[in-house]
Design a protein around this ligand. Structure first.
Ligand code: KIV
Length: 275
């Protein structure tokens, strides 16, 4: 969707309607200035719980709290005006009961102003998703590799290698679609499985490590810009900001040590007032 044809934020129905028509462009954002840079180019800004690893230095997403998501969600809403903003419900804030998920979603939507939440969930949480959708909370699903299940899986492992696992991911996608998700993130699955699921479900699939057969794509922005060191195989690096930052900071440090910064142009000189 071009920025020139949109005069309001992209909505949940707009994203649903893009299936089979336009590829959906999504990226993660956690801060206002980065959201402002990405906003004209993307359809969806996801305030992902990946913020825990890429911004806060946590080893997994399971340490991320609802308060952290709300703080970053508020920043992204302030920095953007065009994209649909979706905020992740972090681990432990929705699995307990549909009521817990509803209370968490209401906090996120009321305190940030975002338009939807994302939930990593399969068949077991389909009832919770339906509970939310029936009460006015738009939900983006997330199936396949679910980073919040890192301790159950023993790592971030691609899904769908065996027939059983393929059937499980298909069942997850069907369940969250039937529960009312408006789009489904498909993470870390083989191209053939992504193609099968994208053909079965009526809502858009957003791939990450799931090939170009999906209806849209998402990447962790820090991964594609090269500020986060370790990246999975499916990431394409569009910039090398680590090198750019390293080079800039090395030059700054050298200038400070050589007393060549601040220079003439960077110094205040007050002229004495004439009596
Ligand atoms: O947390 C996140 O950033 C995500 C995306 C990578 C899909 O869930």
């Amino acid at each position: 969707m071009s920025k020139h044809t949109v005069t309001r934020r992209i909505s949940v129905p707009d994203i649903r309607a893009m299936k089979g028509r336009d590829k959906i462009v999504c990226l993660t954002a956690y801060t206002a200035p980065v959201a402002a840079l990405l906003d004209p180019h993307v359809d969806v800004l996801l305030v992902g719980d990946s913020v825990g690893m890429v911004v806060h230095g946590l080893p997994t997403p399971t340490g991320v709290t609802l308060d952290m998501m709300i703080l970053h969600g508020q920043a992204v809403m302030r920095g953007s005006s065009h994209a649909l903003v979706v905020v992740d419900l972090p681990f432990g804030t929705f699995e307990g009961s549909p009521e817990q998920a509803f209370a968490s979603s209401v906090r996120v939507m009321q305190e940030t102003g975002c338009q939807a939440v994302k939930i990593e969930a399969g068949v077991a949480l389909a009832r919770t998703i339906a509970f939310l959708v029936q009460r006015g909370v738009p939900v983006m699903g997330h199936v396949g590799l679910r980073p919040q299940a890192v301790h159950i899986d023993g790592g971030f492992k691609a899904k769908g290698r065996s027939d059983d696992e393929r059937a499980r991911v298909i069942a997850e996608a069907r369940a969250v679609e039937e529960a009312g998700c408006f789009a489904i993130v498909l993470e870390g699955v083989a191209e053939s499985l992504a193609a099968e699921i994208s053909g079965i479900v009526s809502v858009p699939t957003i791939g990450i490590g799931a090939s170009s057969v999906c209806d849209g794509q998402i990447l962790v922005t820090d991964d594609m810009l090269g500020t986060f060191e370790r990246v999975p195989k499916f990431v394409r690096r569009y910039a090398d900001l680590r090198t750019t930052i390293d080079d800039a900071v090395a030059r700054y440090a050298a200038d400070v040590r050589a007393a060549t910064f601040p220079g003439e142009a960077e110094v205040y000189r007050f002229k004495p007032k004439s009596p």
